[in-house]
Design a protein around this ligand. Sequence first.
Ligand code: ATP
Length: 887
Amino acid sequence: MWFNKTTEDVLTLLNSNLDNGLSSEQVEDHKSKYGLNKFTTKKPKTKVQMFFAQLNDMMIYILLVAAILSAVVGETSDSIIILIVILINAIVGMIQEAKAEKALDALKELSTPKALVKRNGVIVEIPSEDVVPGDIVIIDAGRYIPCDIRLIESANLKIEESALTGESVPVDKDSGITLENEDISLGDQKNMVFMSTLATYGRGIGVAVATGMDTEIGKIAKMLDTDESEQTPLQKKLEQLGKYLGFAAIAISIIMFVVGILQNRDILDMFITSISLAVAAIPEGLPAIVTIVLAIGVQKMIKQNAIIRKLPAVETLGSVNVICSDKTGTLTQNKMTVTKFYCNNNLNDIENLNIDDPVEKLLIENLVLCNDATSSEDSKTGDPTEIALLDIGNKYNLTKLDTNNNHPRVGEIPFDSDRKLMSTINKYSNESFVLTKGAIDNLLNLCTKIYLNNEIKDLTTELKDSILKASYKMSDDALRVLGAAYKAVEDSTALTEDDVEKNLIFIGLVGMIDPPRLEVKDSIEICKTSGIKTIMITGDHKNTAFAIAKELNIATDLSQVISGAELDKMSDEELTNSIDTLRVFARVSPEHKVKIVKAIKSKDNIVSMTGDGVNDAPSLKAADIGVAMGITGTDVAKGAADMVLTDDNFSTIVSAIKEGRNIFNNIKKSVIFLISCNAGEIVSLFLAILLGWAAPLSATHILWVNLITDTFPALALGVDPGDKDIMNKHPRNSKDSLFKGSMFTLIFNGFLIGFLTLIAFVYGAKVYGGSDITLSNIPDKILIHAQTLAFTVLSSTQLAHSLNMRNESKSIFSIGVFSNKYLISSIILGLLLQFLVITIPPIATLFGVYKLTLNDWIFVLLISLVPIIINEILKIFKRSNEKKVRD
Ligand code: ATP
């Protein structure tokens, strides 16, 4: 039991030390003793299991029955081909699944949280997985607790333990509590915090006592199998579509079977052909292709610094038309540097600070002591605003370590973005000082006096005005302004939170620059041309926010800026009415963000919202796409987000939207391609049967084309390089169907492929059987010729058609025939396979085909150009229509 031991005993038992933490050797030693801090999860599926999983499918069962039936009646060639097709299909499926799985695993790995620990005397951030028992762990609000920890120090620490206890109200923790009993429930172990729970407020330090499977949560085995796989709306819709198409396919097959029987055709032949047609019509490859395209797209996004946490986000990204972005760190660099200060009624450059002046010295001391960051040569941790303040202290030899030693902290109220203030209580000889820093408007309301020229005076309205004037001057120059105040108190322990932040004595201000990110201006321009509105949301002052918004072209006029206070006075309806004109929301707290998201959404917009703090989770969830910051973001924000930016950069959101649009388009291309190919197969076979002709394709031909030839180009379309003009278009309406604007292409090309196949069949019959041959009664030898031509043309027209699918209106010659090398390779592969199938004698016999002559090949080639020529002509009309709409 760790909770009923003293902290000294715990440290000794684990061989640790509070001041320096573990040394590198100890870490290695503990790691080999206790292992990594992670759960041993289910074993991943092996390749063999994946292979057999592919066979567990209704369609495969039907095919197996067909194979057995063929074998029974002596059609061994049919059954061998069916088996080969099943085999190849399962292998391709297995490779696809393995690849998709790998991509998704990589994602999971990237989103594992980090922990702050003290090692070799320095605070460092490490992956939670590397925490070992004995590590001194620093806990701050917003972080997941990396392992089970016995607290040594705590300040207003609140922990949300729902993962463990189911109780979602955060509980108070206290390092000082002594527990003597042996038998105390987890919820009552107030001096312990547990892995996978969440710090929602305050701060703490503790020693890691259990990691990985030894933790309380590790012991609850069922928690480990909760990796639910989420389907995207598109995947769900496609599954539904697949079902409808499946029913339609079965209906068509039955009709065809009945028609065939009525025409006195061979029952077994008709049976196998009907099954092949059903198999051809069911777009069984669709779900696999969508999953792999999503997975590959997601992997590509990782390289561009966007981690997708929830797969549906990929699709939604493509239809985002409003981006709400935080200012600090996302639109700006979050590299804060203090440039100005205001003390003794004087605004000055920071270089002119006189550390010998008592007021100026107290200003810096206040900002260094009321500070949770660290900044030394070796490492900087914490909030960049606070790091900038420590850097000023370092410049004047007021390092955090020394200052803290001289004036130890005895109490604190942490910063939160609602109060926009932070206070600490520090020892100053025989009294204590409350040191408060924060947003000037909030701080000034708490001040009654001012420390001016080494004297404490009443804070008159005039003095207040001059402070505000100085603060506006700095804000107008895009500086972030922070005020400092203090008061002396006698007995710090008796103070309540309310007592601390009142009747303060104002000391001074500092202003820090945080330059905009250079690339952001271009990204905002791209958003404008692509119909996406950018909105800045910030906790900073209205003037600072507007100055930066203006520089970045987000806002041009002060009337587009609104503050949190003004927002409070508006009803939801008033906000909805004016939301279209607003571009900047300043001095807002996280609660406002939800109100803003709701107002934007009520106008049918698809909105993405960024956030980093503990309190941002509700707005991230409320938005269509919640975006968390990877560097500055808390684990809570990351947990609630759909996407995490590893570089915290606004431009990354824009590239993710671009990628999202491309991925959606590519999926659409694959799906429409596959369905139009299937339609082609149905049209040719069904029409021939209705006309009473001999079957233009045998069952094995259909299976081969449908399950082998189609698959590779469909996959290659899924990874098409994407349209470079994609960001010149407006976002897709999320309610639109996948087929919007493409239904004609789909049906037209289905019929075209079907007709061309029939033409090839008739051509083969006439060339080899004479022009007066009756198509209902073709001698076997000639039928083989006719069918081979139909089979080859079906393959080649489909392969050629894949080129048409790359863009709905642009000519394939303007995008570059060879610009998708995967597609070109799959077309070549498809043709090569076709060539081999009809050329290698034993395979040709199996397929019932013959070796085409040169003349036949020329015919195949010419007829394969038809879909390209016709589609190119159609695209000319489409382009001129689009131009008319634009003009
Ligand atoms: P965003 O990231 O949303 O653009 P922000 O980071 O500027 O906004 P907050 O972090 O909520 O928003 O900060 C709001 C205000 O609170 C700042 O303008 C500053 O005056 C004050 N502030 C920020 N950080 C601290 C801090 N660590 N201690 C005290 N006050 C702070």
